[in-house]
Ligand binder design. Structure first.
Ligand code: F3S
Length: 701
């Protein structure tokens, strides 16, 4: 099916519409007046205005006696305003607000330490006007190579702070490329994305339409720079080619005409007959009047005689003039982002701006981290300048409103949320959570006050210093109070931590069983053992369970902070106590002893303790044997300490091994003669109670 499509963004933009309407009003009221330069780059419009008495002057001096002067949408430099004041000429200033914004930027940023870079067409009147507002060095370039060349020729100095603005109607693709190069090479450049939204929309709409059209018509005056750019954009997007026919040689499939009678009608009709799905795309520059677009649309419709192409594109255009009000929630599409703001399309002819501090409540976030070109976002209109066609918006407020609802719900449901600590204030910290500020008092921050005694007073400054460890950290928190009226939300990191720890502890006690293994950290130490953190629950390892060797204090084998492999020996669910062991059965010295030694072996041993009934001697680390008093010498010994001393190395014979009771009997006497070596029998003979010996040996171990 053949079709004709007109882009809704074709034709007069806000600035041009306003200027033409003002000139026509002036003509209607006063019958005469003048414009400073051609009101718009369209001869049809300017000729019509001239017939109504609105003529064009190129100098202020030419305006004397011509009535009110109109300053067109391109704007003028400060000297023109001065000349108008001096000549006492009445004027209407119709500088487009998008251009006026650039004037303001360059004026506010003019200082001896600053240079201004303007990307645009040096001979365009808009650029002339912008230069007329720069009060410092300013250069105009049309591409990045020119900028590099200027730097080489020392016309600009990279070390200076630089401001970059761009002509409102510049090619969006070339601007993006230029901006990327500048960001890469000159980090000290402050970039202002000043291409107007109407231009961006027209260029992107036209490129998209051209890409899917068989034939493209670009309507505009040959002197209109934005129309010529549109023509180039359409040719590139369509990948334009020459299609010769019996009716036309070397005819391109993208044409740039001022009005309908310049169109190659026979040629278009020929193409249409060749293709039953032939589609024509129509776009137009900002200075093309709607009646021309309408006329071209109607002629094209007749040519392809297609009943389905009844498009009321003027209604589409009118839709874009719809009104917005402060406080309106609107859907916006991000069309560009720089380090100071995001430019958005809100579906009207307004230019929408979201300043960086209205994009997010997080003061550390950069605009590019929050939104990207093409994103669809919800915003609230914060201020409107209808006369200037500018709307300022806030995304932060929409996020905060949605966030507050989530915070209220989290408070009701006792849900844990995640936020980032963005500031330390007197008495606590500020956490950004769900786009809202949440105050967490110091007492709820989870940071210990760390006072050495109850009387010690911590100053507010000391407290704030301590809280700084939380800055920029992601934290879990509970919402403990919401005051909607005052917009105050209070949170607790401590409550979230407690809930988490309680859950861990509950799981621990549910899953605990004897023999279960853990790797824990030694948290504290006593003379009788150490306490090990098993991940929220502490267990105790008695000294005797730390090692197979005899130790007097746990510090001989572990330090606080050591990681320790332990297993559960026993636990008490009611008292929430758990006893742990750290000795590995694989290292049991008794196993090793039984493998390596047998009764009758002669061994070299070290005396480790002296008792009234004999001496204990270490055979291998972890295994001691008893040399009973009767087995020390052939002579009768009455005082062991008179014969043996701790640390002394002696030879002895293993006379008995009781594996069940882990006892070893040794005899020095057996090496001197063939003694029986039965210590326990001898102990009985010596009227020493056997159980006392056993108890003493066990105690010694
Ligand atoms: Fe038009 Fe103003 Fe943009 S005149 S093209 S709306 S800068």
């Amino acid at each position: 099916m053949r079709s004709v499509t007109v882009t809704p963004s074709a034709g007069f933009c806000f600035g041009v519409k306003r200027a033409v309407e003002a000139a026509e009003n002036l003509a209607a009221k006063k019958k005469h007046g003048c414009t400073y330069g051609a009101l718009i780059h369209n001869r049809i419009v300017t000729d019509r205005l001239a017939q109504k008495g609105i003529v064009c002057v190129d100098k202020v001096s030419e305006a004397a006696g011509l009535g009110t002067l109109i300053i067109r949408s391109h704007g003028v430099g400060l000297d023109v305003y001065r000349q108008l004041a001096d000549a006492k000429i009445d004027y209407i200033d119709l500088t487009c607000p998008n251009v006026a914004r650039i004037h303001k930027i360059v004026e506010e940023n003019s200082s001896p330490d600053t240079e201004i870079i303007i990307l645009g067409d040096a001979i365009h009147p808009e650029i002339d006007g912008i230069l007329g507002h720069c009060k410092t060095t300013a250069v105009v370039v049309k591409n990045f190579d020119e900028l590099v060349q200027l730097e080489k020729n020392r016309k600009i100095f990279v070390q200076n702070a630089q401001i970059l603005v761009v002509q409102t109607t510049f090619d969006i693709g070339k601007w993006q490329e230029f901006k990327k190069n500048v960001e890469k090479h000159y980090t000290n450049v402050k970039i202002f994305d000043t291409i107007c939204r109407a231009t961006i929309k027209r260029q992107t709409d036209s490129a998209a339409l051209a890409a899917k059209s068989d034939f493209v018509i670009v309507l505009g005056d040959p002197h209109s720079s934005n129309s010529r750019k549109l023509f180039d954009i359409c040719k590139n997007s369509k990948n334009s080619k020459i299609i010769s026919s019996p009716l036309a040689q070397n005819q391109s499939d993208v044409v740039f005409v001022q009005k309908a009678d310049e169109l190659p009608l026979d040629y278009i009709a020929y193409l249409s007959r060749q293709n039953e799905n032939f589609n024509i795309g129509i776009t137009a520059g900002a200075s093309t009047p709607a009646e021309i677009i309408k006329e071209v649309h109607s002629i094209m419709s007749e040519i392809i005689t297609n009943d389905d192409m009844d498009i009321d594109f003027m209604a589409e255009v009118d839709k874009t003039f719809k009104r917005v009000y402060i406080g309106n929630r609107v859907k916006a599409t991000v069309v560009s982002v720089n380090n100071t703001e995001a430019v958005v399309d809100i579906g009207t002819k307004h230019s929408g701006y979201i300043p960086a501090d209205e994009l997010s409540a997080n003061p550390n976030a950069q605009p590019k981290d929050i939104v990207s070109v093409g994103d669809e976002i919800e915003c609230i209109v914060t201020s409107i300048n209808d006369a200037e066609g500018i709307v300022y918006l806030s995304k932060k407020r929409v996020d905060a409103a949605a966030g507050l609802e989530k915070l209220i719900k989290a408070n009701e449901d006792n849900t844990t949320l995640i936020g980032t600590v963005t500031g330390v204030v007197k008495g606590g910290v500020i956490v950004m959570c769900e786009g809202s500020r949440v105050f967490v008092p110091a007492s709820q921050s989870g940071i210990s006050r760390g006072r050495r005694n109850a009387d010690e007073i911590e100053t507010p400054e000391q407290l704030m210093k301590k809280l700084e460890v939380l800055l920029k950290k992601e934290v879990e928190l509970k919402i403990i109070e919401v005051n909607e009226g005052r917009g105050r939300v209070v949170g607790s990191i401590k409550a979230a931590d407690k809930e988490k720890n309680d859950a861990v502890r509950e799981k621990f006690w549910n899953e605990i069983e004897v023999g279960k293994k853990f790797t824990g950290e030694v948290k504290s130490m006593e003379s009788y053992g150490v306490f090990v953190d098993l991940g929220g629950v502490d267990g105790m390892v008695h000294s005797s369970e730390l090692t197979w060797n005899r130790i007097k204090h746990p510090k001989e084998v572990v330090s606080i902070g050591d990681k320790l492999d332990v297993y559960v020996k026993s636990f008490d669910l009611e008292k929430k106590r758990v006893s742990l062991g750290a000795k590995s059965p694989d290292d049991n010295p008794w196993t090793k002893f039984l493998n390596d030694f047998t009764a009758g072996d002669v061994v070299e041993v070290k005396i480790v303790s002296i008792t009234p009934f004999g001496a204990f001697a270490q055979i291998i680390p972890g295994v001691d044997g008893l040399i009973h008093i009767s087995q020390i010498s052939l002579e009768r010994v009455t005082n062991v300490a008179q014969v043996l001393s701790v640390g002394q190395i002696v030879e002895a014979k293993i006379t008995e091994i009781d594996a069940e009771k882990s006892r070893v009997s040794l005899s020095m006497k057996a090496l001197l003669e063939n003694g029986s070596g039965d210590d326990y029998e001898d102990a009985a003979e010596e009227n020493v109670d056997d159980s006392e010996v056993a108890d003493d040996q066990t105690a010694a171990e």
